[in-house]
Design a protein around this ligand. Sequence first.
Ligand code: ZN
Length: 234
Amino acid sequence: MKKALVVFSGGQDSTTCAALACREYDEVHAVTFEYNQRHAIELESARAVGQALGLASHEFIGLGPVLKGTSPLVSDAPLGQYASAAELPAGVEPTFVPGRNILFLTLAANRAFCLGTGNIVIGVCEADFAGYWDCRQVFVDAMAQALGEGIYGDTNAIRIHTPLMRLTKAETVKLSVEVLGERFEEVLALSHTCYAGVRGGCGRCHACLLRDRGFREAGVPDPIWKFRKEPVSL
Ligand code: ZN
């Protein structure tokens, strides 16, 4: 019995990862973190996607306002609005939450231990680096080693799988089409990415612009566009 635990936000990337894990593992569990994020609507999406995929279990861990910083995701700072993806600033994106994936992977490793698996799947991606230091392979490798040593006394005991690490957003879209097949629209329509918490996406935040660009480059309409206030086209 091959088991995996997916770190699952309910966004496009983690939805694709969870679908992929369902194809590759016999039993897929997920964990979703509530950390007082501005876009708490993603928790409802995570629940809906988890149910649609028929996960073996899906735990929501309420952390409350434990993560602090200047990111608009966890503070009152204004969320950046941009006219297009070309206008996104270089360097560390202001939405970066320091230590977030360190915390999430640490707790995921605890739950993976309880489930009796060393396989953790997370949808981080270097192609959308955006200065998120904790989305790079070098970080994930270091984290896997530290967690393996800290939990099993074995550097190689925990494998953190990052199937999207080298993919562009467009390639991730194509992967989700391939994995979900005829269920692609149904499942992706349930996912949520927008940092502003707008159902269907605000179309102006960092997360929306990257998601929109990926679907356009893939030549695939995003199923969430039907909820968008302003009409969107490829
Ligand atoms: Zn948005």
